[in-house]
Design a protein around this ligand. Structure first.
Ligand code: ATP
Ligand code: ZN
Length: 525
């Protein structure tokens, strides 16, 4: 850079798209409108002399059956067309085998970045750690970072060969390498680590706030984040706006001289930050979260309801529609398939399945018990991703509940082994993904141990063996469950969890929710 010259830089960003390439039923978000919006914003910024970067904070994968079915090809090809310059690797990029991720990298015209993911065997980085862009005479380095929680919360089978190193150490290392080689003017961390107010990360790994605070001042200029699905807009120092509404102003977080931004989830918003770089300093001129056709419900005079867009409706980009429509049609044909029906809702909401036993937990686990001839079953509540609706149930509905393609497995354990297993699993705290759902077993969990264990209503015998059904995620140590896949009595059915649930639903429809009352015998002291 030259002294006393002002350079303008505009960052456009999204994160946690989770397969939402297509708009929802109300016409909210979707890559076609996002493309129109990004183009408008980019041209506007460029017309004001600004260089522009379009960045994603990761977790492009997993969440919408249409996208999951196609290994997120529409999302990634769509991101090419939008013109993304780089993406951070999120934990959900590891939901499918690494071969899928490699395929996705080939589709992408932008790099998947992570400076802290290493191959265990070679000790080498597995992905490009950074990318360097020159925009309007300014050299901008973008370093990718992934949450170390990926090791704990992603599919253990895909993580066996991977090491995730400390983001702070790896940032300092990457910055040193960059300063010694390309000498960037501006350094941006593109992270998938989460934003936690005042660094209160609870049981999660430390996030962007802790990272910014841990780095020596001046190490980096900006963190573009993801993972916690937050609109990072601050009400006052260290306190973010609760329940951020579209159209409200947004003041990004700033910690230790580093700006931190994040744009909620699913492409609901595009974040835009306009910066001026002068004499080595990067200053934020303005920031906004621009809603992508988000709507709110209004009551009409005649009592009917309609959906109103918060801001002017953004039209879909025709080229994007042409790209995405065949993908959407292809997937719909496979997903709009009736599977069965129910006389009520099977509850899979996050604020239920991570806190208490639910009827959907019962339904899933009973199907898995039947598939493995097991005596009882257990799984992470966090593996149940949504509810099953009352009325008709489609294949899409089932896949939305269980999108991860885990296999149904079982293991034989003695009563003694089981007590040790349960002491860990039944004592996982509420609000964690690992909070356990059970079927055909009752017990009292006191925070460290279990007692009064009954299986199928009979008190547990220490020398008797019992067959337990679960899924490959938990069996291989997912959510910190004890590993059982290395035990002699372990069997993997090879059946996908969603297929097992589908089979059960179609055989037992119409389902009666009263047949699946959640077990009352799970008591947490
Ligand atoms: P993000 O916040 O990164 O978008 P997320 O929504 O999955 O990801 P959480 O809401 O914290 O993050 O959910 C993590 C939980 O999801 C895990 O604790 C686990 O229970 C469940 N989970 C994640 N991956 C799998 C998987 N492959 N199989 C089964 N359950 C999984
Ligand atoms: Zn994530």
């Amino acid at each position: 850079w030259q002294p006393d010259r002002s350079y303008r830089l505009t960052i456009l960003h999204t994160n946690d798209q989770h397969g939402h390439f297509w708009p929802n039923a109300q016409g909210e978000y979707g890559l076609a409108a996002q493309k129109t919006l990004m183009d408008t914003q980019r041209y506007d910024a460029q017309s004001k002399g600004s260089g522009v970067l379009i960045l994603s904070g990761g977790d492009v994968n997993t969440g919408v059956p249409e996208s999951d079915l196609l290994d997120a090809e529409p999302d990634i090809r769509g991101m090419n067309l939008v013109g993304y310059d780089a993406m951070a690797l999120g934990n959900h990029e590891f939901d499918k085998p690494l071969s899928v991720l490699q395929k996705q990298q080939k589709w992408a015209k932008f790099p998947f970045l992570s400076a802290n993911i290493y191959a265990k065997s070679s000790g080498q980085r597995l992905f490009k750690p950074w990318a360097v862009f020159t925009r309007m005479g300014l050299k901008v380095a973008v370093i990718g970072l992934s949450t170390p929680d990926t090791l704990r919360i992603a599919n253990p089978a895909n993580m066996a060969t991977i090491e995730i190193r400390d983001p702070v150490t790896e940032t300092e290392k990457a910055v040193a390498e960059l300063r010694a080689s390309v000498k960037p003017d501006v350094i941006i961390l593109l992270t998938h680590m989460g934003h936690y107010d005042d660094g209160q990360h609870g049981s999660n790994a430390p996030g962007d706030v802790e990272l910014a605070r841990s780095l020596p001042p001046g190490t980096v200029n900006l963190i573009v984040g993801g993972h916690s699905h937050d609109a990072v807009c601050m009400e006052k120092e260290n306190v973010s706006v609760k329940n951020y509404q579209p159209g409200q102003p947004c003041q990004p977080d700033r910690q230790n001289g580093v700006w931190i931004v994040q744009a909620k989830e699913w492409g609901k918003f595009v974040g835009r930050g306009d910066f001026t770089f002068r004499n080595g300093e990067l200053a934020l001129d303005s920031y906004q979260l621009i809603p992508v056709n988000l709507k709110h419900k209004i009551k009409n005079a005649d009592g009917s309801e309609s959906w109103l867009t918060w801001q002017q409706e953004i039209p879909p980009n025709p080229a994007m529609m042409k790209l995405l429509t065949p993908f959407q049609k292809r997937a719909e044909a496979k997903l709009d398939v009736p599977v069965g029906s129910s006389d009520g809702v099977f509850v899979g909401e996050r604020d239920k399945v991570r806190f208490e036993q639910t009827n959907l937990g019962q339904l899933i686990l009973r199907a898995q018990m039947a598939a493995t001839k097991a005596d009882f079953a257990v799984m992470s509540g966090g593996g149940i991703r949504t509810s099953l609706p009352q009325g008709a149930i489609s294949w899409r509905d089932v896949l939305q509940v269980q999108p991860f393609s885990n296999q149904v497995v079982s293991v034989t354990l003695t009563g003694n082994q089981l007590l040790t297993y349960l002491a860990t699993v039944a004592n996982i705290k509420t609000d964690a993904g690992g909070f356990a759902q059970f079927a055909n077993i009752s017990l009292v969990a006191d925070g460290s141990d279990v007692s009064e264990v009954k299986i199928n209503g009979e008190p547990l015998q220490k020398d008797t063996t019992y067959r337990m059904a679960t899924n490959s995620f938990n069996a291989t140590g997912g959510d910190g469950y004890p590993r059982i896949d290395n035990l002699a009595g372990y069997t993997n059915t090879g059946l996908r969890d969603a297929d097992v649930l589908r089979g059960w639903v179609s055989q037992h429809s119409p389902l009666k929710v009263s047949d699946y009352a959640p077990g009352e015998g799970i008591v947490h002291l």
